[in-house]
Design a protein. Sequence first.
Length: 433
Amino acid sequence: MFTITLQRESGEVFQLLYDQRTNALTTPDGQDAMPVYNDGMGNWRESKTFSPENPPGKTGDVTNLKIQLGLKCNYSCSYCNQAIHVGTEIHTGLDDVHEFLGGLDSWLTSSPKRIEFWGGEPLVYWKKLKVLVPELRRRFPEATFTMITNGSLLNAEKFDFITEYDINIAMSHDGPGQPLRGPDPLEDPQVVEIVNRFIEERPFSFSINSVITTANSDVNEIVDWFKKHLHPNPPINFEGVVNHYEENGLGHTQRFSRDDYAKLVSSIRDNLKSAQGRSQGLEQRVYQFIQGIADRRPDTATGQKCGMEREDKIAVDLKGNVMTCQNVGATGEHGLGSVFQMDEVKLDTSWHWRERPDCAGCPYLQICGGGCMYLKGDNWVDTCENEYHYAKGIFEGAMRMLTGADVIAFEGQHTRPSRAPSNPNLIAAVNVA
């Protein structure tokens, strides 16, 4: 149980209690701090624990189908979470697209509600997409199609194709922090023109996704940058805070300083205070958290951040190989088997948050969802520290939206993982009041 001390602009100070296990937000005398629509006894889907020793499987009854076209990209972004897996993918051609489509009925036993097309950069695989997308749209007319792109290859032809087959597009771009990521496609006037067409003509099917990094730790600066360089009302989302995937534990991903973390938390909180400069992505995260409190969603129903532990969410390549997720290759440790032998597919690469000793005691568990499920060692510790502060900003923004007051203290045992003391590079994890 955590004690939250809040202060209104009038100076009034009051306290609330929060239990991250039951998602209960109450007053000190035990009254609900907001209307509760579910007493916690609802028909919640249990999030089952798993580990490499106790792996879940997959099924052909798929709701979310992620198709990895390959890991090729025309950019080499400095902190790309796919970079260390390049070379573990299986290279495919147009013949494989036809074979993939021809074999779908042999293993896919339901109509997916969501189909995602992934690279590398998916538009590098334009010839494959022109065969794959129309046929999948014909078979699954009600499915939501999505694609994430760096935007550099967008042009009028692709705009028309994306519009015809109703594909939701997210463009990855870090705004003022783009130099850390890599080249800036918005230096090309043609790309700017097409992006603005998306914003104007497909406003509910297009977003700009930014990653929070040390060069990009103020979300309001990010929103303002896109307003200046693109459109007065840009649809800004956030892919979240940068994760550490590098084999050497750091690579190009600089560690956040205490000042960086403070800026991140305060900028998220400030972004959610008024209608000016709000991000639809941050708002969605806050609303999801508040809905969880209203529904009293317990931690037993909290799954992983990505949801890829679920048996009905699956990442496959065009050969039918199943992988941990769309960001890895099938020939490395993240190859899980084949859709044509679905009973043998096991997610033996990852850990549920219950298998991470510090997750259950984290006050932001319901927001974080355990982070990336396959990270381990120092990469896990570094990523957790980043995710913790990103979730802290969302939590404080939610409290502001619910109460009209700012969090000035948050007392309780904030359990945190830490590196071995011999490593001097880690900012020591502490209990934050």
